[in-house]
Design a protein around this ligand. Structure first.
Ligand code: SF4
Ligand code: SF4
Length: 737
C-alpha cells in the first residue's frame, strides 16, 4: 500500500465530517474583471488590522506622507505596520468605528489623499540570493497578515524553524458570494506562484498543495499553468462543500491529517497560507510593494454592478458601494464577510482592512433576517452538519447556563464559527451568536484568572521581600548593639568619646528610613534630644545669671565701682554689693534714729523732718542727706540757743567740727555719713546733757540730782527738770510760809 505522500502525489483526496451545500451565488462577480476604485476623499486606517498588537506611530497630524511609507513601526514580533496607501496628509489620529462584530472604536489614522499617488523610494529584493532573515524582515515590514480572514502575522508562520512537510495554499474560498481569490488567481497566477516560491525558500516543504474548489475552473487552470514548471507543486481540485476552506478541514481534505485539539497545524508539519497572502508576499519582496490594497467582492441584489474591486486599505465601505451602484432599501443590512461568517456593519464609514474579502448588500428577500428563535427540538441536524464534530445542541445548553467548565469539556474552543449548525437548525436558533458570547465570557474569565494569579504572585513576592528586609534589619540592629556594648566597655573612662560616637550613630539612624530604625535606635535618639535640651537649659541659666550680675554692677554707686571692677570674681562682686547695701541700710537706720531724736526737741520744721524721714526710708543716700540736714538744723538751733542763753556755750560751739563738710562727706559715702551721724548724735547728746545741767544749776541751788533717764531722753529730762523746778518752788514757798 502506498504511503501518505504517494497517495497525495497520486491526487487522492479525503473528506471531513459534516459540511453543508448552500447556494454559491458567485456568478454575480466571478465573471467580471477586477475593477480599480478611484482614490477616495478620506482613508481610515486602523493602526491594528491583524491578530496581535498595533505598532508604534511614526507620523504626526499634519505630516505629508508618501505612498508606501510606514505609518507605524513593528517593534513587537506580533506587530505588523500599516502603510500609507497613497500620498497625502495625516488629518487626524482618533478612535473610529472598527470593522469588527463588536464595532468598538479603535485608534485610526485619517489620511487625506493629495491625488498625486507619489511613491516612496522602493528597493526590490532577489529572494534567491538574500538570506531568510532579510526575507522575513521584508515580509513583516510590508505589513503582511493572513488575508483569508484570520489576520495572523505572516512572518511568524513563514519563519518556522521546525520541519515542514506540506505547504498548503488555501484557494478554496468556500463561502457563498465571495470570489475575490478566484479573480486574483485568474488575473495574477504567476505572481501568486512567485510568492509560493518565496515561502518554499523559507520553509523548504516536501510538497506544495494548492487547494481550489471545483466551482473555479478558470482559476484552477491558471494556477496549473503557473505551476507547470514546479515539480513538487500540486494543484488539487476539491468538491464544493462548505466549509472546505476551514484550516483543519482543508488539511484533512488534502492530507487526511487531523490537527489535535489545542494544537496548531505546524505541530503536525503543515503550514497553510491564503492565496492572497502569497500574492502579497511576492509584491513585497519582488517589488517592495507593501500591503496597500486588496481585492474585495462587492455583491448583493441591491447593487447595479456587483463586482470585485481593488480597494485601497482604509477605503470606507460607502465608497465601495457607491462604485457598484448601491440602491439602499428600508432596513438595509450591509454585511462585512460572507453570509455564513460575516457580521452586519453598524454604519458605512467602516473601512476596508487587510482581512476584508467581501461586502454584501443583499435585499430582504435575498437574505432574510433571522426570524424568531424557537426551542431546540433535539433533532441533531446541527451535530450532523458540524465540520468540527462537535455537539452544537449541548454547547447551546451550556452557553445559556454559562457553564464554562462544561463548555470547555465539550470543546467549544474547536468551534470555527462556520455557522453550518445554525444554517441547518429548524428552530432558527442563532447558535453561533451564543457560542461567540460564551467564548468571550471564557476569555474574560481566563483574563481575570491570569490577573488574579499575577496579583497573587506579586503579593507573595512582596511578603518575601518584607520578611527578608525584616531579617536583615534585625541582624543589623543586633550587630549595632554588640558594637555599642563593646565600645562602652572599651572606653568606659572616656565617656565623652563614647557619647560622641553615640550621637553619630543616632544621627546615622535619623538619616536612615523610619521603617529601618529599631526600638533601640529610637530610644537613643530620644536620649540625645534630652541631653541637648539639658545643655541648652544650663547655658540659658548661666547667661541669665551673668546678665543679672551685670545689671547689679551697673546700679552700684560710683565710689564702689572701682572696688567691684577690681574683683574679677562675680561672686565676690555680689558679696561686695550686698555689704554696700547693708551699710547703706544701717546708715539709713542711724539717720532715722537721729531724726526721731530731733523730734523730741521742739522744732519749727517738724513736718519737713517727717518728710525727710519718709524719704530716708526709701533711699539710704537720701536718708543720710536728710540726717545731715537735720543735724545741721539742730546744731544751728543749739547755737542760737547758746548765743541767746549762755556764754559758756560759745566755747563748746566753737569746738564743733564743720557741719558742712560732714554733710558733703555723708552725701559722698553712706559709711562716712553713718559715722558722722553717730558723732553728731554723741555731740548733741553731750551738749543737751550739759545744757540741762546748766539750766538746773541756774534755776535752783541744792536741787536733787537729775534722773538718770534725763540723760538719755531730752524730753524726759525737761519733764524731770520741770518737776524739779516745781518741787523747788513748792519747797521755797513752804519755807517762806
Ligand atoms: S439543529 Fe437546532 S433544534 Fe436541532 S438539535 Fe440542533 S439546536 Fe436543536
Ligand atoms: S459553528 Fe461551530 S458548532 Fe456550529 S457547525 Fe460550525 S463548528 Fe460546528
Amino acid at each position: 500500500m502506498p504511503g501518505l505522500f504517494q497517495q497525495i502525489q497520486a491526487g487522492k483526496l479525503w473528506d471531513f465530517h459534516g459540511g453543508i451545500h448552500p447556494p454559491g451565488r458567485k456568478e454575480q462577480t466571478n465573471q467580471k474583471p477586477i475593477a480599480v476604485l478611484p482614490i477616495p476623499d478620506r482613508l481610515y486606517l486602523p493602526l491594528r488590522q491583524h491578530i496581535g498588537v498595533a505598532g508604534q506611530l511614526l507620523v504626526r497630524v499634519g505630516e505629508r506622507v508618501l505612498k508606501g511609507q510606514q505609518l507605524t513601526s513593528a517593534e513587537n514580533s506580533m506587530a505588523v505596520p500599516v502603510h500609507a496607501p497613497t500620498s497625502g496628509t495625516v488629518l487626524s489620529i482618533t478612535p473610529h468605528t472598527s470593522p469588527h462584530p463588536s464595532a468598538l472604536p479603535e485608534l485610526t489614522l485619517v489620511l487625506e489623499p493629495d491625488g498625486l499617488d507619489e511613491w516612496r523610494q522602493r528597493e526590490p529584493l532577489n529572494f534567491l540570493t538574500c538570506d531568510n532573515m532579510t526575507l522575513l524582515s521584508r515580509i513583516q515590514d510590508s505589513g503582511i497578515a493572513g488575508m483569508g480572514g484570520a489576520g495572523f502575522p505572516t512572518h511568524i508562520k513563514a519563519g518556522l524553524t521546525q520541519p515542514v512537510d506540506y505547504l498548503i495554499i488555501n484557494a478554496v474560498e468556500c463561502e457563498p458570494y465571495i470570489s475575490a481569490d478566484d479573480l486574483l488567481m485568474q488575473e495574477a497566477a504567476t505572481t501568486i506562484v512567485k510568492g509560493i516560491d518565496i515561502l518554499c525558500r523559507l520553509l523548504n516543504p516536501k510538497a506544495v498543495l494548492i487547494g481550489i474548489e471545483d466551482d473555479k475552473p478558470i482559476a484552477a487552470a491558471a494556477m496549473m499553468a503557473a505551476c507547470s514548471q514546479r515539480e513538487h507543486y500540486y494543484v488539487r481540485i476539491v468538491p464544493t462543500k462548505y466549509p472546505s476552506g476551514g484550516e483543519k478541514q482543508l488539511i484533512q481534505l488534502l492530507t487526511n491529517k487531523e490537527v489535535p485539539n489545542g494544537r496548531r497545524p505546524a505541530d503536525i508539519g503543515i503550514v497553510m497560507q491564503n492565496v492572497g497572502t502569497a500574492f502579497a508576499i511576492a509584491q513585497a519582496v519582488l517589488d517592495d510593494h507593501p500591503l496597500l490594497s486588496r481585492i474585495v467582492t462587492v455583491a448583493g441584489d441591491t447593487l447595479n454592478q456587483p463586482q470585485n474591486v481593488l480597494a485601497l486599505l482604509g477605503t470606507p465601505v460607502s465608497a465601495l458601494l457607491d462604485a457598484c451602484g448601491f440602491q439602499s432599501q428600508p432596513q438595509q443590512r450591509v454585511i462585512m464577510g460572507g453570509p455564513m461568517m460575516g457580521f452586519t456593519l453598524p454604519d458605512l464609514s467602516v473601512p476596508v482592512v487587510k482581512t476584508t474579502n467581501c461586502i454584501l448588500a443583499p435585499t430582504a428577500q435575498e437574505l432574510p433576517a433571522a426570524s424568531t428563535e424557537m426551542d431546540c427540538i433535539r433533532c441533531s441536524a446541527c451535530a450532523d452538519a458540524c465540520p468540527a464534530s462537535l455537539l452544537p445542541q449541548q454547547l447551546l445548553w451550556y452557553s445559556k447556563a454559562k457553564d464554562s467548565d462544561k463548555l470547555q469539556e465539550y470543546n467549544l474552543a474547536d468551534c470555527i464559527e462556520c455557522g453550518a449548525c445554525a444554517y441547518v437548525c429548524p428552530s432558527e436558533i442563532p447558535l453561533v451568536q451564543y457560542y461567540r458570547v460564551a467564548k468571550a465570557d471564557i476569555r474574560e474569565q481566563q483574563r481575570e484568572a491570569l490577573k488574579a494569579e499575577q496579583a497573587k504572585a506579586r503579593f507573595e513576592a512582596r511578603n518575601a521581600r518584607l520578611e527578608q528586609e525584616k531579617q536583615e534589619r534585625l541582624q543589623r540592629n543586633q550587630q549595632l548593639a554588640a558594637a555599642r556594648q563593646q565600645q562602652q566597655l572599651a572606653s568606659g573612662a572616656n565617656t565623652a568619646v563614647a557619647d560622641a560616637l553615640a550621637r553619630i550613630k543616632a544621627k546615622q539612624a535619623l538619616a536612615a528610613p523610619a521603617e529601618e530604625r529599631s526600638k533601640e535606635q529610637i530610644l537613643a535618639e530620644r536620649e540625645l534630644k534630652k541631653q541637648q535640651a539639658r545643655e541648652h537649659q544650663q547655658q540659658k541659666a548661666q547667661q541669665q545669671k551673668a546678665e543679672q550680675q551685670a545689671t547689679e554692677q551697673h546700679n552700684e554707686p560710683a565710689e564702689q565701682t572701682p572696688a567691684v571692677t577690681e574683683n574679677t570674681n562675680s561672686k565676690a562682686a555680689a558679696v561686695a554689693a550686698a555689704i554696700a547695701r547693708a551699710q547703706a541700710k544701717k546708715a539709713a537706720q542711724a539717720a532715722e534714729q537721729h531724726a526721731t531724736e530731733q523730734q523730741v526737741t521742739p522744732a519749727p520744721n517738724t513736718e519737713k523732718s517727717h518728710q525727710a524721714e519718709v524719704s530716708a526710708e526709701a533711699d539710704p543716700r537720701k536718708a543720710a542727706i536728710a540726717a545731715a540736714i537735720a543735724r545741721a538744723k539742730a546744731k544751728q538751733q543749739a547755737q542760737t540757743e547758746h548765743e541767746t542763753n549762755a556764754a559758756p556755750a560759745t566755747a563748746s560751739t566753737a569746738n564743733k567740727p564743720a557741719a558742712g563738710s560732714d554733710i558733703v562727706a555723708a552725701t559722698e559715702d553712706p559709711r562716712k555719713a553713718a559715722v558722722a551721724a553717730a558723732l553728731a548724735r554723741a555731740k548733741a547728746k553731750k551738749q543737751a546733757s550739759a545744757e540741762a545741767t546748766e539750766q538746773t544749776a541756774a534755776s535752783t541751788t541744792g536741787a536733787p540730782e537729775p534722773d538718770v533717764a534725763v540723760t538719755e531722753d531730752p524730753r524726759k529730762a525737761a519733764i524731770a527738770a520741770a518737776i524739779a523746778r516745781a518741787k523747788a518752788r513748792k519747797q521755797a514757798d513752804s519755807e517762806n510760809s
